[in-house]
Design a protein around this ligand. Structure first.
Ligand code: ARG
Length: 463
């Protein structure tokens, strides 16, 4: 039976049953229940310290909240669907453990508006540190494969056309750079997010002599929010977290797309281990890269969560509005999806077998060293634009006669340009083409090894 008794004396009628079901947030609030208790423990401790509750009540609140936390962790917490959210549920259950008198004092100098704003920040700290750990594992997995494939040459692509030879390690390390930035975005946003809004009250603070900084310190937060109206209506940290999640999911999606492409017969660059692929219910020969496809698919879902909250927030006047309750379904879905996508990708990478022979073979077609010929002519004093034109004609020749660059004779090269010499042929070797690129950030062995060294060093600091 729906009841309005928790709202106190103002209400004489029970809430409409539809209204109650419509407004409940219990299901998504389960994600922030532990954070809610953590915030309450700090708030209660501060209330006792400043004498807003007695030492005895403070003790009861502490013990009671710890009992609630134990139930939440054990999965035995008795959620009451007639109480609209996590805050009311925890407070009711607290009364069971601590008694009505003590429990009724916990909400002194606090509103659910500053309470839920704090819960979200603690939730972000907890979940983002988990995602961060998965990102480190993912980077380590990429670096480990890169180490195995310093000597593996493959075509690098632009426009999905074979472009120039690179080392597979260099290609894998490109993704590691993305994951590193994703991790950096988490650190950046947490620096702003980890401050306490408690003490902002419903919107205009509290008349009680509380110690906001003390609550922040107890929670390990770096400080307090500066404006009570802003504090209860600000959802930037969530938007930043979902922006970071969206960017990271976009990176994972691009990586997944390559895994899907590379595992086709058409590419034949990788085989993903059985543990991360699935068969077809009809076609016995199929081995499908479903995990990669799902990660690619879930990117859309996370971006959707971000957009949902943007649209929710954009028209809201100050300060708290109930619309904002829609933040948590989006945020918790985005973080659950992000965390599991990073984790599955990290787990899958060691199960990928790179088919070095096929990658190498792909270098023999597609004129991937045509640029080298132009660069060779440049070393002989030919302006690059002219050299580019000459080599374009060389390639046209090869296409017309069904040959590769190495199939032309020196005389044929010289017919295109007199500056071609015997040396020309060493320039079209893929290995030498890669090694000629002695440029920081490039695919030459020394720089790739350096990048691996740097990555391992950075990641070792992440413990
Ligand atoms: N469930 C609410 C939310 O997530 C908690 C805050 C409710 N505050 C209020 N004044 N109704 O936004």
């Amino acid at each position: 039976m729906a009841t309005n008794k928790s709202w106190g004396g103002r209400f004489t009628q029970d809430v409409n049953a539809l209204a109650q079901t419509f407004s409940t947030s219990i299901e998504t609030d389960k994600h922030i229940a532990l954070d809610d208790v953590e915030g309450s423990l700090a708030h209660a401790a501060m209330l006792a310290e400043v004498g807003l509750v007695s030492a005895e009540h403070g003790q009861k609140l502490k013990a009671g909240l710890e009992a609630v936390r134990a139930e939440l962790l054990a999965g035995t917490f008795p959620w009451d669907p007639s109480l609209e959210d996590v805050h009311m549920n925890v407070e009711r259950r607290l009364a069971h453990f601590a008694g009505e008198d003590a429990a009724g004092r916990l909400h002194t100098a606090r509103s659910r508006n500053d309470q839920v704003a704090l819960d979200a920040r603690l939730y972000l700290r907890r979940r983002l540190s988990e995602v961060r750990g998965h990102l480190v594992a993912l980077e380590l997995a990429l670096v480990a494969q890169a180490e195995l494939h310093v000597e593996t040459l493959m075509p690098g692509y632009t426009h999905l056309q074979r472009a120039q030879p690179v080392r597979l390690a260099h290609h894998l390390l490109a993704y590691r750079e993305m994951m590193k930035r994703d991790r950096g975005r988490i650190d950046d946003l947490l620096r702003r997010a980890l401050v306490s809004p408690l003490g902002s009250g419903a919107l205009a603070g509290t008349p009680h002599p509380i110690q906001r900084e003390r609550v922040a310190a107890l929670l390990g937060l770096s400080g307090i929010t500066a404006n009570s109206l802003d504090a209860v209506s600000d959802r930037d940290a969530m938007l930043e977290a979902m922006s970071a999640a969206s960017i990271s999911m976009m990176h994972l999606s691009r990586f997944s797309e390559e895994l899907v492409l590379w595992s086709t017969l058409e590419f034949g660059f990788i085989e993903i281990g059985d543990a991360f692929t699935t068969g077809s219910s009809m076609m016995p020969q199929k081995k499908n890269p479903d995990m990669a496809e799902l990660v690619r698919g879930k990117c859309g879902r996370v971006v959707g969560d971000l957009v949902a909250l943007f649209v929710t927030m954009k028209g809201l006047p100050l300060s708290y509005n109930r619309d904002m309750q829609e933040d948590k379904p989006a945020l918790t879905d985005a973080l659950d999806t992000w965390a599991s996508s990073v984790a599955i990708t990290a787990a899958m990478i060691p199960a990928i077998r790179f088919k070095s022979e096929n990658m190498r073979r792909a270098l023999s077609d597609g004129f991937v060293t045509a640029t080298e010929l132009a660069d060779f002519l440049v070393t002989k004093g030919v302006p690059f634009r002219d050299a580019h034109h000459v080599v374009g004609r060389v390639v046209g020749d090869c296409v017309a006669s069904g040959r590769r660059l190495e199939d032309l004779s020196l005389e044929e090269y010289q017919a295109h340009h007199a500056a071609f010499t015997e040396e020309t042929f060493s320039w079209i070797d893929p290995e030498r083409a890669v090694e000629r690129r002695q440029v920081p950030g490039g695919p030459a062995r020394a720089f790739v090894l350096e990048a691996i060294r740097t990555a391992k060093e950075e990641l070792s600091l992440e413990g």
